[in-house]
Design a protein. Structure first.
Length: 134
């Protein structure tokens, strides 16, 4: 990560986006390189753009349940902004999970970068009243 080339992808097993950051910090600390925790956090916050959390639900299906953007540091804490979150509303008569994706009313910071790269993302997609049901 962060070698001067945009774009990398990895997986890490964690219970939440915040937990994923803690696990990543722990993995670096376990490497034996004796890097201070605040330096690890600063490196991670500058190297990552988004965290995508996928979970297996009670019906066995897997869904994106959280999409969070890394926004920087406040003191010694990596800051994040939730972009989308899946809210389970129930289970239907066939045992399938029902729910909806809710969007944050704050526009993601990466939209401008996408725009500069010619990737169109409609801003209406981030309207606070926009809810996608499943």
């Amino acid at each position: 990560m962060n070698t001067g080339h945009d774009g990398s992808l990895t997986t890490i097993h964690a219970n939440s986006p915040r937990d994923a950051l803690l696990r990543l910090e722990t993995l670096v600390a376990m490497s034996g390189m004796n890097i201070p925790n605040d330096a690890i956090r600063r490196y991670v916050s500058s190297a990552l753009d988004v965290i995508v959390q996928v979970a297996r639900l009670v019906d066995g299906s897997r869904k994106l349940v959280s999409l969070q953007e890394i926004t920087g540091m406040e003191g010694n804490v990596i800051t994040m902004q939730e972009i989308f979150v899946f809210q389970q509303t129930g289970v239907d008569s066939k045992g399938q999970v029902k729910g909806r994706f809710e969007v944050s009313p704050v526009l993601p910071r990466f939209l401008e970068r996408f725009k500069s790269m010619g990737i169109p993302v409609p801003q209406r997609m981030f309207s606070p009243d926009r809810v996608m049901s499943l």
